[in-house]
Design a protein around this ligand. Structure first.
Ligand SMILES: [Fe+2]
Length: 504
């Protein structure tokens, strides 16, 4: 691709450096109409700032996944006239870390992709990566409540095997616990930034990965009712190499752990001296296989089927569900946004995404060129299948995929996501995909950078796509953000990763 400079016309810097907090909620000016049924709270994670003034000048985080954690809260309150007013608040999550970086000029501990001076030998103590909150969930069953006497909790998850709790009202950080508090065998360093939740019971599913010469995955369930954690399967050996897995799949009866070949070198031992996840990954081997493990989550029978497909990398599963197969067997459909290699991890360096950065015009997500993008896999003949091929069925493009949450683990038709039309150095559109017709609708406006869309269904309607999409959009011209639908924030909201819409 030839170098261009037009990304400067789609400014987005403000969304990457937002130190400003609003600890006390402010009422936003609502210029549009947000329907009353959207009442609830939209919570969003995200790095706020990534640059800090230090005693010697400036410190900058290299990679988006290491930016300083910040939470954002939009409370949608129904009014007498059938719409919602919006109360906005936000809070930094790592003030002590920020202070330390200001003083030392360094980001210590294990990071996702911080570039460091190789002579920097001051690192002595292994600290788990604890900065970024990637996904956020409220009222997580089986986890400690946020406050004495309160049933509500707010938990953020990241790629490390830790959970961070926050006050659901004030967003104040409350504490960090590791997964050994759930079960003593969960001693691994890595976990999934996107746990899965049973849509009926609220039970929490995740994996814990112990790195080393013999890496071990433990797939577990924490009961929402009792808080008890059960190990559902233990995976190790040549088919279960240590890999960077940002999501997995849940159906009504199964967990599908898909180990795509984003393998760590040396079983991940390299994280300890490389001190970041990105540099500890092996070079992507496009001849390696993607391994699919189907794990029973109802009857303690462990791995019931295995499948193979060609090499992919992915961040986000979209949804998975079961259908009737041949001779009484079960088929599983898995939708995932897949990529042909690990290049996207490097595209998330700030230097490639911030519109004013010198390298910004060199990047671009390749989600629209037919090789990367949404793919549908079918795992057929469960429980008998062993080493069967997993078939990729169809493709189309979008990132940060979401669906109507009522369709989680059920057959869905519509997928929402952010799109890249190569108009900016970051996302530049919202996309609604129809998997039945394989068509897509796009929303885009000059210099407007949207975040992950969250669908809220209209409870009086029946169709899957009848509702509204909540997305926080940066107006690159004013440097301020707004909630799509017309609620103006007086500052920029940090471009974050994920959010959730809940009734707290
Ligand atoms: Fe994610």
């Amino acid at each position: 691709m030839t170098a261009t400079t037009h990304y400067k016309d789609w400014p987005n810097d403000a969304g990457f450096n937002t130190e400003i907090e609003h600890r006390d909620p402010i009422a936003l000016e609502v210029t549009g109409t947000i329907p009353a049924y959207a009442a609830g709270t939209l919570l969003r994670t995200g790095p706020g700032s990534h640059k800090l003034a230090t005693k010697d000048g400036e410190f900058a985080c290299s990679h988006w996944f290491d930016g300083f954690a910040h939470l954002y809260r939009f409370e949608l309150v129904p009014t007498d006239v059938g719409n919602c007013k919006v109360l906005y608040s936000s809070r930094r999550q790592v003030d002590q870390l920020i202070e330390r970086v200001r003083k030392t000029g360094r980001l210590d501990g294990i990071t996702f992709g911080q570039k460091r001076d190789p002579c920097d030998t001051l690192f002595k103590k292994i600290k788990t990566k604890q900065n970024a909150g990637v996904s956020i969930s409220a009222n997580v069953g089986g986890f400690l409540s946020a406050k004495e006497g309160s049933k509500a909790n707010l938990v953020t998850f990241t790629d490390a095997a830790v959970m961070k709790t926050h006050d659901p009202e004030t967003l104040a950080p409350l504490g960090v616990t590791d997964q050994t508090t759930l079960h003593p065998s969960l001693t691994g360093e890595i976990s999934c930034a996107h746990p899965e939740f049973d849509p009926e019971t609220g039970d929490v599913f995740n994996y814990n990965l112990k790195l080393g010469s013999t890496p071990v995955y433990r797939v577990f369930c924490t009961s929402a009712a009792t808080g008890k954690t059960t190990i559902l399967a233990k995976l190790s050996g040549k088919d279960a190499k240590a890999a960077y897995l940002h999501s997995f799949f849940l159906t009504q009866n199964f967990i599908i752990l898909c180990i795509w070949p984003s393998h760590f070198q040396l079983g991940g031992a390299g994280i300890l001296w490389r001190r970041n996840i990105l540099d500890a990954l092996a070079e992507f081997d496009s001849s390696a296989k993607t391994k699919w493990f189907v794990i029973d989550r109802r009857h303690s029978t462990g791995i019931v089927a295995m499948f193979e497909s060609s090499a992919i990398f992915a961040f986000h599963s979209v949804n998975a569900y079961e259908t009737a197969g041949k001779d009484g067997a079960i088929d599983i459909v898995c939708d995932v946004v897949q990529l042909r290699n690990l290049d996207i991890l490097k595209k998330f360096y700030y230097d490639n995404m911030v519109s004013s950065a010198p390298a910004a015009d060199k990047r671009g997500f390749d989600l629209v060129d037919g090789k990367d993008g949404m793919a549908r896999y079918k795992l057929s003949g469960i429980p008998a299948a062993r080493n069967s091929p997993a078939r990729a069925m169809r493709r189309t493009g979008a990132g940060l995929p979401t669906i109507n949450p009522a369709y989680h683990t059920k057959p869905h038709r519509y997928i929402y996501g952010v799109g890249d039309r190569r108009q900016s150095s970051f996302h530049d559109s919202l996309v609604k995909m129809d998997t039945a017709t394989q068509t897509a609708e796009t929303w885009s406006a000059p210099a407007q950078t949207p975040g992950e869309p969250i669908f809220v269904a209209d409870p009086t309607k029946e169709k899957e796509d009848e509702g509204v999409v909540l997305s926080v959009v940066l107006d690159g011209l004013s440097g301020h953000s707004y909630l799509l639908g017309g609620a103006e924030v007086p500052v920029a909201v940090g471009f974050g990763f994920h959010g959730t819409h809940v009734k707290l």
